[in-house]
Design a protein around this ligand. Structure first.
Ligand code: FNR
Length: 193
């Protein structure tokens, strides 16, 4: 099963990247073919329909293809002001915008329809960014994704990882692993080819 794992942060010391790497390793241990995506590697401007009218940026097209190729995704999102960051919204807005005149990409949800998505978050706060999830899940449903009902939020993220970036707490590893297993389980049933 091909699975795309990414964090909604480009910050160098991002807790959500640590979490993304941790769940990526868990997915590999369970036999998945994992791609770790760094959103910061892609040049995605703030969405503007005038800009788009001049041509969809090349990196948006690359990301559309990358997301399309993966039947399952896992996103580890920060919480900004009780929601998810603009980076995540802007990326998904660009990806969902049809490419006018393009027979392949002239469909809002070609990149996302039917994808099985696991949602996790990490925050230095006590709630672990759980409020970001309650906004991100409806967005994913609007993109025609199947969102795994099991989610996980890493609270007190500043002390949740060891020097190698691994979750130190056994219960946290178990809960993160449960999200990974549910995503792989559902994806293997929805995507049989
Ligand atoms: C935050 N942060 C934050 N944390 C939280 O738990 N709830 C919140 O509502 C917010 N709001 C918020 C707004 C803005 C503008 C910033 C910049 C930050 C703190 C945030 O969780 C923290 O910076 C994380 O470390 C960000 O995730 P990464 O980059 O470590 O993955």
């Amino acid at each position: 099963m091909k699975i795309l794992v990414f964090a909604g942060s480009t910050r160098q010391g991002s807790y959500n990247r640590k979490l993304a790497r941790e769940v990526a390793a868990m997915a590999r241990e369970r036999g998945a073919d994992v791609t770790h995506l760094e959103l910061g590697d892609y040049d995605i401007p703030m969405y503007n329909a005038d800009l788009e009218a001049q041509g969809t940026p090349a990196d948006v097209m690359k990301l559309k293809q990358l997301f399309h190729e993966h039947p399952a995704w896992i996103v580890c999102t920060p919480e900004y002001n009780a929601s998810y960051p603009a980076l995540v919204k802007n990326t998904l807005d660009w990806l969902s915008s049809p490419v006018k005149g393009d027979p392949v990409w002239n469909d809002d949800f070609r990149f996302s329809r039917g994808k099985v998505v696991g949602v996790l978050s990490a925050s230095p706060g006590a709630l672990g960014g759980i409020r970001s999830q309650s906004h991100l899940v409806p967005l994913l449903l609007n993109l025609h994704c199947w969102v795994a009902p099991t989610t996980f939020a890493v609270s007190r993220a500043g002390s949740a990882f060891d020097a190698e970036g691994h979750l130190t707490d056994e219960a946290s590893r178990r809960r993160a692993g449960a999200v990974v297993e549910q995503v792989l389980w559902a994806a293997s049933r929805l995507h049989t080819s």
